[in-house]
Write a protein that binds this ligand. Sequence first.
Ligand SMILES: [Mn+2]
Length: 355
Amino acid sequence: MPAAFLQTSASSLDKASALDGFSQLVMLKIERRRFPMKQEKEPIYSGIATYLRTPYIHLNEAQDYDVAILGIPVDYGTTVRSGQRFAPRAIREYSFYNYAEDEMLFDLSTDEPLTAARLLIGDLGDIAVWPANPEKTNEAIIQTVCQVRTTTFPFIFGGDHSITYATFLGCKQALDRQGQMPLGLLHFDAHLDVDEDFLTMPRVHHGNVFGQLIREGHLQGEHVVSIGIRGLDYLRCARFAKNAGIKQYTAEEVRKHTLETIMNEAIALLKNTCRAVYVTFDIDCIDPSQAPGTGTPVFGGLLLQEVLPALRLLSQLPVVAFDLVELSPSLDTTGITTVAASEILWQFLAFGLAI
Ligand SMILES: [Mn+2]
């Protein structure tokens, strides 16, 4: 149980004493959300946006929460179209649609109360980044994510996909110390991201991130499952993925067998081989008709109506971190992709996270 529960004031416990256990948890959580200068409620579109209007917390407080939000606003790892540096801020702004206030929320599809209402969520804000120095930024990400993962669940907003190199390593360091290895990877993406160096890009960019982790011995290919892969890629990338033993499920296969079937296979595979799983969700896994605001869209992708229910299956896995990457608000002219990203994040927290 997080220490926050133990430190709650007697008065809030008195107020909650007449309520049942679940309502007490909700009420204690609301107590934590209050800011001293804000005694009154305000409209959901006003105020400073944190994720789901949760408390803006310091790194040292992360241990008091079940989930710690961390934004990583970088896009130096994109090979073509950028703007992903604006995504953490955009996700926080759009997340206000979903915040669970003092009303208890209900899942109309399953007729059950919302699981996420039991979670204590804190928002760490964005990590300090050095746009002209990716290596220095990576060091900072590894250190911060390691510290967060040591005590709580890192819930990460990219950024382009290059961030997952460092966020994965940060988690790995923490889990190594806790004896929870091996750490597997469940990867939703249109692309394999296993290429080599590319022109004058940084050493780690959004097209080689998993290739780098595997080549450097941080991740075994047999512990990687990629879902939603499609389109054309270089022959060297297809060969690398096959030789490394990455389990690939193309978007075509999803269409043919349903995402539920594929997910059940992927979950069984990862459960058999890994003690912990990192989930990385590239928004370009979703078809551009539903998520056009991303740097390298590929048609023929997964649809939200299949992805959202499938996220619930993740509660069967020992997921130790989740990131969503490649959302580019600059390319998202209607805001629809940011809504899609927010919905994916929210539904994972609400139904896919087993804490
Ligand atoms: Mn990717």
